[in-house]
Design a protein around this ligand. Structure first.
Ligand code: GAR
Length: 211
């Protein structure tokens, strides 16, 4: 699709930012054509993801969890930052703070999240980062993967956009599984989902049809 206008995206991060990097790389390689990464927001001032954004020439903001320990004021600051920057689509890429219904209801079908399992397995409250892979290994699943979904008021409960499976290797550690799930699934499906939803926003202004 030839479209001059691009959807303005904010990526919300807390840590290393390898998923952010995958999105930034995808805007260079052409996997993402209909979105521009306008802003990276971190709740952690020390997140390496901020350095990745700066290296790519993307504006950054910190809305510190420590500075705003109360959920309502934290989210009010987030909303202010998003609105000041004209953000149309929010991507949670390793963002480790749960957002309340007050926040998610403000952006229906405009927030994406990447989760490192095949939802509905190993997801919801308490399942984040390495804990997800530890749970998958201790259950003994042979296949895991990653999911990109819309964010609603239920943690990891919004409509699924893309999933990709990864086979578990015999005797592998949670750390090794985490790396493989990122490389073989998350870094592929997250940029694709950003492009998919951005294209749909530009086409019909609404994103995918409600079920
Ligand atoms: C990723 O594996 C992401 O799926 C996970 O945290 C990691 C962040 O890595 N997110 C969650 O567990 C959210 N429930 P990154 O900072 O290198 O992108």
């Amino acid at each position: 699709m030839k479209n001059e206008r691009k959807v303005k995206v904010a990526v919300l991060v807390s840590g290393g930012g390898t998923n952010l990097q995958a999105i930034l790389d995808a805007t260079k390689s052409g996997v993402i054509r209909n979105a521009e990464i306008a802003l990276v927001i971190s709740n952690n001032p020390n997140a390496y993801a901020l350095t990745r954004a700066e290296n790519a020439g993307v504006s950054t903001a910190v809305v510190s969890g420590k500075e705003y320990p109360e959920q309502a004021t934290f989210e009010a600051k987030l909303v202010e930052t998003l609105e000041e920057n004209g953000i149309e689509l929010i991507v949670l890429a390793g963002f480790m703070r749960i957002l309340s219904e007050r926040f998610t209801a403000r952006y229906p079908r405009r927030i994406l999240n990447v989760h490192p399992s095949l939802i509905p397995s190993f997801c919801g409250k308490g399942f984040y980062g390495l804990k997800v892979h530890e749970a998958a290994l201790s259950y003994g699943v042979k296949v895991t993967g990653a999911t990109v979904h819309f964010v609603n008021e239920i943690p990891d409960g919004g409509e699924i956009i893309l999933q990709k499976s990864v086979c578990v290797k015999k005797g592998e550690s949670a750390e090794s599984l985490q790396q493989r799930v990122m490389r073989q699934a998350e870094w592929i499906i997250l940029p694709k989902a950003v492009e998919l939803v951005s294209r749909e926003i530009l086409t019909n202004g609404k994103g995918r049809k409600q079920k």
